[in-house]
Design a protein around this ligand. Structure first.
Ligand SMILES: Nc1ncnc2c1ncn2[C@@H]1O[C@H](COP(=O)(O)OP(=O)(O)O)[C@@H](O)[C@H]1O
Ligand SMILES: CC(=O)OP(=O)(O)O
Ligand SMILES: [Mg+2]
Length: 589
C-alpha cells in the first residue's frame, strides 16, 4: 500500500510517500521550509536524487500547491491512501480517524486552539479531497499520545466553570515523542515499559515529554501549543498576569496579545529571527540579543528535564529530536551541562560527531553516565503512514485506542419471582439512573445480602429484570458474606452458590451468586475498529503508569447497541489504583 503523508508544521511543509507492508519503506521525501520574502527552500529526495532549490511560496499552506507536480515529476503519484498530521484533536480524537465531513468539522472547531497549524493541516485535507476524492484519508493527531496523562497533569487550577467549559492541558508533538521513545528503547535494548525517558523535541515548535514506562505522563505544551519551551515565534511559559499588565499598560486586546504570543515572540521576539541557524550564527559574531536568546532557550529546556525526572521519580535516558535537537550540538551541550547532579554527562566528542541518517539513534553520553543521551531524527511522517495503514486495515491502532472503564460495585439482577418475593406481587421497580449500556438502569430500591458470616446492606439492583436472578459481588465481599464464590461470566450460573436476599416484603434464597469475570462490552463497529471479536480474550492495560495493571483474559462481548467499555469490579479497580474517569487500552499482541 502506497501512502502519501502530509505534515504541515508551523514553519515547514513536510510530505512523503511510504510503501507500507510488514515494513514501512520511505519512497519519497519532500519539504518546503525557511519561508521568507515570498520565497522558500525546497528539498526532494527520491532514490539517489537529492534535489534542492527555491520556490515562490509564502507559507506552508501555500506550498501545498507544489506537491502534486513534485509527485508527478518523480513518478510517485500512485497513491492508495493519505495520512495527515492534525495538530489538535481535543479530547475527542484518541486515535487515527477516517476523514469525512464530520471529522473536518470537529477539527475546524479546534482552530482557535492551534491557529498556526490547523488552517494548514485542513488545507492539505481539502487539497487531497479535491484532487483525489476517492482515496481514503486518515487524520493522525499530535494530542492523542498525551490523552494518557493523569488528571493532576491535565488539570489547570482554575474555577470549575472554566474547567467545565473545556479548559485543560493536552500536549502536542505526540507522534514524534512516541516514535522517539520507541526508537530509544530499541537502541537501548530494553522494553519501553521498563524505561523512564524524557523526549526533547526542538523544532520550530518545541516540547518536552515525560515518557514514563511507555506512556506519556506529562509534556510541556498545554491546552495550546503555546505553553512550555521557547519556540521559533512562540513565547512558551509566561505569567498569565501578563494579560492584565499588557491590557492596562499598552491597551492591548486579548486578540492582539494572543497573536503576539504566537507570532512575534520566542526566538523572533528575543532576537529578530525564528530560525536557530541565524541565531547561532549571530551569537557567534557577538550579537548579545542572540546570545541571550540561546541562553534562555537552553535554560528552559534544562528546567523541564529536571522537572520530568522528578515527576517520574527516575530517568534512564533523554532523547533529542526535531530540527534543533538533531542538528545543533551546541544546544544539546548547553541543555546537558550541569545535569551531572542527576547522573547525566555528555561525551563532547560524540556530541559533535553526531551525523544522522535514516533511523540512526547514536548514544552520546559519557562513559559512566548513569543517564543515557540519544539523538534521533524524528519520523512523524513514517509514523503517520504506519498509523494510517493500521487504521484503514481496521486493526488495533498501536496502543492509541482508549477504552472507558466502568467499575461495578456489588449488585443484583432480579427475576420477576425475586421482585415479587422481596417487594410484593407485581411490584414495579423505580428506575433511578440510566447506565451507560443502552436500556440498562439502576433502581431506587436496594436489597440486603445475607451470608453465614455477615450482611451486605444497601446493595444496588440493576434493571431490566432477567429470566434468572444473578448476584454479583467482589472477592472481598465474598469473605464478608462468608461464602466461597466462583468467578463466572455473566449468565453462566450452573452450580453457583446460594445466598439469601432480603427486601422490605420478604426474603428470597437463590443460587446465582458470582464474582463477575471482567469483560469488555462493545458493538460491531467498535469491535472492528479495535480488531477484536465476540468471545475472544484480550489483555487490557488499566490505570496510570505507577499503579496500573494489565488485566489478562478479559472476555470480549459484542452486542448490537452496546456502549464500548471495560467492566471490572471494585477489587480489581482498587488493585489498579484507578479513579472514576479511568480509561484503559488494549495491549498489543
Ligand atoms: N544545523 C542546524 N543548526 C541549528 N539549528 C538548526 C539546524 N538545522 C535546522 N535547525 C533549526 O531547526 C528548526 C526547524 O525545525 P523543524 O523540526 O524542521 O521544524 P518544524 O517544527 O517546522 O517541523 C529551525 O529553528 C532551524 O533553524
Ligand atoms: C505542535 C507544534 O508546535 O508543531 P510544529 O513544531 O510542527 O510547529
Ligand atoms: Mg515539527
Amino acid at each position: 500500500m502506497q501512502i502519501l503523508v502530509f505534515n504541515a508544521g508551523s514553519s515547514s511543509l513536510k510530505f512523503g510517500v511510504f510503501s507500507v507492508a510488514t515494513e514501512t519503506h520511505e519512497v519519497f521525501r519532500g519539504s518546503y521550509e525557511r519561508f521568507r520574502d515570498g520565497k522558500c527552500e525546497y528539498r526532494f529526495r527520491h532514490r539517489e536524487t537529492d534535489e534542492r532549490g527555491t520556490a515562490s511560496f509564502d507559507n506552508p499552506g501555500e506550498a501545498l500547491k507544489g506537491v502534486p507536480d513534485a509527485l508527478k515529476r518523480f513518478g510517485v503519484n500512485a497513491i492508495d491512501a493519505i495520512g495527515h498530521r492534525i495538530v489538535h484533536g481535543g479530547a475527542k480524537f484518541s486515535s487515527p480517524t477516517l476523514v469525512n465531513d464530520e471529522t473536518v468539522e470537529a477539527i475546524e472547531a479546534l482552530t482557535p486552539l492551534a491557529p498556526l497549524h490547523i488552517p494548514a493541516n485542513l488545507k492539505a485535507v481539502e487539497l487531497c479531497r479535491s484532487l483525489w476524492p476517492d482515496i481514503p484519508q486518515v487524520a493522525v493527531f499530535d494530542t492523542a499520545f498525551h490523552l494518557s496523562n493523569p488528571a493532576f497533569v491535565t488539570t489547570y487550577a482554575v474555577p470549575a466553570r472554566w474547567r467545565e467549559a473545556g479548559l485543560r492541558r493536552y500536549g502536542f508533538h505526540g507522534t514524534s515523542h512516541k516514535y522517539v521513545a520507541e526508537r530509544a528503547a530499541d537502541e537501548i535494548g530494553r522494553p519501553l515499559s521498563d524505561l523512564q525517558l524524557v523526549s526533547i523535541h526542538l523544532g520550530n515548535g518545541a516540547s518536552v515529554c515525560a515518557v514514563n514506562r511507555g506512556h506519556s505522563m506529562d509534556s510541556s505544551m498545554g491546552m495550546t501549543p503555546l505553553e512550555g519551551l521557547v519556540m521559533g515565534t512562540r513565547s512558551g511559559d509566561v505569567d498569565p498576569g501578563a494579560f492584565g499588565f499588557l491590557s492596562r499598560e499598552l491597551g492591548l486586546s486579548v486578540q492582539e496579545i494572543e497573536d503576539a504570543l504566537y507570532d512575534q515572540s520566542g526566538l523572533k521576539g528575543l532576537a529578530g529571527s525564528s530560525d536557530m541557524r541565524d541565531i547561532e550564527d549571530r551569537a557567534a559574531e557577538g550579537d548579545p540579543q542572540a546570545q541571550l536568546a540561546i541562553e534562555i532557550y537552553a535554560y528552559r529546556a534544562k528546567k523541564y528535564v529536571g522537572a520530568y525526572a522528578a515527576a517520574m521519580g527516575g530517568l534512564d535516558a533523554i532523547v533529542f529530536t526535531g530540527g534543533i535537537g538533531e542538528n545543533s550540538p551546541s544546544m544539546r551541550r548547553r541543555i546537558c551541562d550541569g545535569l551531572a547532579v542527576m547522573g547525566l554527562q555528555l561525551d563532547h566528542d560524540r556530541n559533535i560527531a553526531v551525523s544522522l541518517t535514516g533511523q540512526a539513534a547514536p548514544q552520546i553520553q559519557a562513559y559512566g553516565s548513569r543517564v543515557r543521551v540519544l539523538v534521533t531524527e524524528t519520523a512523524e511522517q513514517r509514523m503517520i503512514a504506519r498509523e494510517t495503514a493500521t487504521a484503514l486495515a481496521g486493526g488495533r491502532s498501536d496502543g492509541g485506542l482508549r477504552l472507558p472503564i466502568a467499575v461495578s460495585a456489588r449488585h443484583v439482577h432480579l427475576s420477576r419471582d425475586a421482585v415479587d418475593a422481596l417487594f410484593g406481587k407485581g411490584y414495579v421497580l423505580n428506575q433511578a439512573v440510566a447506565l451507560r449500556q443502552p436500556g440498562h438502569w439502576a433502581a431506587n430500591e436496594r436489597v440486603t445480602l445475607v451470608g453465614p458470616k455477615g450482611r451486605l446492606e444497601r446493595v444496588a439492583i440493576l434493571g431490566p429484570l432477567r429470566q434468572r436472578t444473578q448476584i454479583e459481588v467482589s472477592r472481598t465481599d465474598s469473605f464478608a458474606l462468608g461464602i466461597e464464590v466462583p468467578v463466572r461470566d455473566s449468565g453462566k450460573l450452573e452450580a453457583t452458590p446460594q445466598v439469601t436476599i432480603e427486601g422490605p416484603s420478604g426474603s428470597f434464597t437463590t443460587d446465582g451468586l458470582i464474582i463477575a469475570a471482567r469483560h469488555i462490552h462493545t458493538n460491531p463497529v467498535d469491535a472492528k475498529r479495535l480488531g477484536i471479536e465476540d468471545g475472544e480474550y484480550v489483555d487490557v492495560r488499566v490505570g496510570d503508569p505507577d499503579r496500573g495493571l494489565t488485566f489478562g483474559r478479559t472476555l470480549v462481548r459484542v452486542g448490537d447497541n452496546a456502549f464500548t467499555e471495560v467492566h471490572i469490579d471494585t477489587d480489581e479497580a482498587n488493585a489498579a489504583g484507578i479513579d472514576v474517569a479511568a480509561t484503559g487500552e488494549l495491549v498489543q499482541i
